[in-house]
Design a protein around this ligand. Sequence first.
Ligand code: CA
Length: 225
Amino acid sequence: MRILIVEDEMSIANFICDGLKEEGFAVDVANNGKTGLQLALKNIEEYDVILLDWMLPGLSGIEICRSIRKENINVPIIFLSAKDTVDDTVFGLETGANDYIRKPFSFEELLARIRVLMRKNETDVIVFTALGIELNVEKHTVTKNENPIEFTQKEFSLLEYLIRNKNKVCRRTRIIEKVWDIHFDYDNSVIDVYINSLRKKLDEPNNPSCITTVRGIGYKIDTDE
Ligand code: CA
C-alpha cells in the first residue's frame, strides 16, 4: 500500500513518513505543491491515500485537491492543516477531500483514519484468505492453517499485495511500485529475497510453494490449481 505525503514542514513530513514506513506502507514525500501535484498525477494508480498539507509553497493543497478531482480521480485525500476553524474544515471537504485532520494530531489518529479510508475504498475487506493462509489487514496478523506466523513489515506488505491479487500474475514492476517507494533503486533482486523468506515461512515440505513463479514476469498466489 502506497501513500503520498505533500508537506513542506520537513519535521512533520519525516515524522509521518517514518511512522507509516514502520507500519509497512511505501511512502513518497513531496515538499512543495508543484512536485506534489506532479507525483500525484504521474503515479495516481499507485497511491492508496494522499495526505495533503493546505499551505504549501508553489501550489496550495486546495489547488492540488481540485486538480486531482478535476481529472475524475477518486483517490482518498486527507487534508492535514493548522487551519482549525469549522469553516476551514468544511471548505477543505467541499474541495473534494475525504477527511480533514487538524494539526497538531497524533500519529495513532492519522493511522486510524487512513485505515478507515482504505477500507471504504475496498468494500470492507480486512481478511484475505488463500491456500490456508489468512491475512488480517487490521490486526496485522498472518496465520497458516490457523498457526500464527511472524512477518517483518516488508514481508507482510508483499504477502498482502500478492494475496489481495490472488490468481492474478503480480508483475515485478507493480510489486516494486506498490510495496517499495520511489527512492527504491530498482535492484529487482530484492523481491526474490523477500519471496524466498515468505516461502520459508509459509511452505510445507514436499508440497508445491504457495507462491508460484511466473518466469520472466513475476509471482502469483494460485488457488485455482
Ligand atoms: Ca505548510
